[in-house]
Write a protein that binds this ligand. Structure first.
Ligand code: AMP
Length: 255
């Protein structure tokens, strides 16, 4: 299965269409993917979409796209300023963005929501929207990782400002210490990967996780995956858990 390569409908919103049709003959999968910084959520999102053919709907990508093409509305400019500061964009703005893309919620490819919901209010808004559309989703996949592992993964990361290559001091060290293998530039640690910032990011995540976990556990949708292992092992665990879930579940769009 292949997901839509063209994500115009998601990135642009409104009347924008993707080049290939939203119709898809097989039973689409609909998921929410949640995980702390350093959990490998981005990597898993790409692999899950490849495997199940669903569209990768990342709210962060919508904001990055708006930034790249030049924000057009005052509300989007406010949102981009919040993003620039490292703050969350307001619930109303993010929810409006998702509401403006209902086409993607109904898309025959199915979807994987990444980065949304991030608060209890957003989770409530998503429930309401899907209820209005008559769409059920299959699972909220939570990647759960031991906090010490997350700290090691995040604080060991080094990047090259010159060419954008990413290394890790333990898991993927450069050939020459402190130098980029690609362009020879000096490797640096991103501000938000420093221990104080990492501690703060994980603290914020813990609060988010407890709210969202309670929300989706209550609705029988939480699928908790231990994500301490390699990306391949985590992917296997997700596929196995989803297979079990889908076996026992009703179709995600009622007939
Ligand atoms: P991400 O790529 O998901 O880490 O998102 C990048 C940035 O976009 C975040 O740091 C927020 O500023 C903003 N953002 C993305 N999704 C949301 C959301 N659901 N709620 C609030 N802010 C968001």
């Amino acid at each position: 299965m292949t997901a839509s390569e063209d994500r115009s409908a998601w990135l642009k919103g409104g009347d924008a269409h993707c080049e290939d049709s939203c119709a898809h003959p097989t039973q689409p999968i609909r998921l929410v993917l949640l995980g702390p910084p350093g959990s490998g959520k981005g990597t898993q999102a790409v692999t899950i979409c490849e495997r199940y053919g669903c569209c990768h709907l990342s709210t962060g990508d919508v904001f990055r796209f708006a930034k790249r093409v030049g924000a057009t509305t005052p509300a989007m400019r406010v949102a981009l300023e919040a993003m620039q500061r490292g703050d969350l964009v307001g619930d109303n703005m993010v929810t409006d963005i998702v509401r403006d893309r209902t086409r993607c919620m109904l898309c025959g490819h199915g979807f994987l929501l990444d980065g949304f919901p991030r608060t209890g209010a957003q989770a409530e808004a998503l429930d309401l929207l899907l209820q209005e559309l008559g769409v059920k989703f299959d699972a909220a996949v939570f990647l759960r990782v031991d906090e010490n592992i997350l700290i090691e993964r995040l604080t060991g990361r080094r990047s090259c400002p010159g060419c954008g290559s990413i290394f890790h001091m333990v898991f993927h060290p450069p050939t020459m210490e402190g130098r980029c293998d690609g362009c020879g530039g000096e490797l640096v640690q991103r501000g938000d990967d420093r221990i104080e910032a990492v501690t703060r990011r994980l603290e914020i995540w813990r609060e988010t996780e407890s709210v969202l976990l309670a929300h989706y556990r209550e609705r029988g949708l939480a699928l908790e995956i231990s994500a301490d292992g390699s990306p391949a092992a985590v992917f296997e665990a997700i596929v196995a858990a989803l297979a079990k879930r889908l076996e026992s579940a009703a179709p995600s769009i009622p007939a």
